[in-house]
Design a protein. Structure first.
Length: 148
């Protein structure tokens, strides 16, 4: 069973929400489009009418048809290969899994990053070890923004 977006926020120690930050966005149809298409609430005819009326809907629906059944659970297990720095091509299977994950979490990129974890959230780094070393080279104003 896959974690919900809320579970990802709670379970992932990196990228926590902050009370000192606030984001606002006007509600638009695109915010509910993917959950609406995935919900099964619309009839096939209604989906067809939407895809004819809007290129955006058609593209999103086609992405959902192509990637909706892709198993992306390996994203958590398969970290970047040791030779990632010398790669010259995209890992197409990894891209497929990332797209499937993005669609599963209704276009929430933070949820995808939290789900994938590992190097995507710098889990290999130790902030408790790094932050004290920065006092010597980083301005205090900048450093205060790095602390949590």
């Amino acid at each position: 069973r896959l974690p919900t977006e809320v579970q990802l926020r709670l379970d992932q120690p990196f990228g926590k929400d902050s009370l000192s930050q606030s984001f606002k966005n006007a509600a638009t149809f695109r915010h509910v489009l993917l959950p609406l298409l995935k919900s099964g609430y619309l009839t096939d005819d209604e989906v067809e009418h939407l895809t004819v009326a809007s290129l955006l809907v058609r593209q999103l629906f086609n992405l959902w048809k192509e990637y909706g059944e892709v198993d992306f659970t390996q994203l958590r297990r398969e970290f970047l290969p040791p030779d990632w720095n010398s790669q010259t091509d995209f890992d197409t299977e990894r891209l497929r899994m990332l797209m499937a994950c993005l669609l599963h979490y209704n276009g929430s990129l933070p949820a995808v990053v939290r789900y994938a974890g590992g190097p995507y959230v710098a889990a290999h780094r130790n902030p408790a070890d790094i932050l004290p070393r920065l006092h010597q080279i980083v301005d205090e104003d900048v450093l205060s923004n790095l602390q949590w």
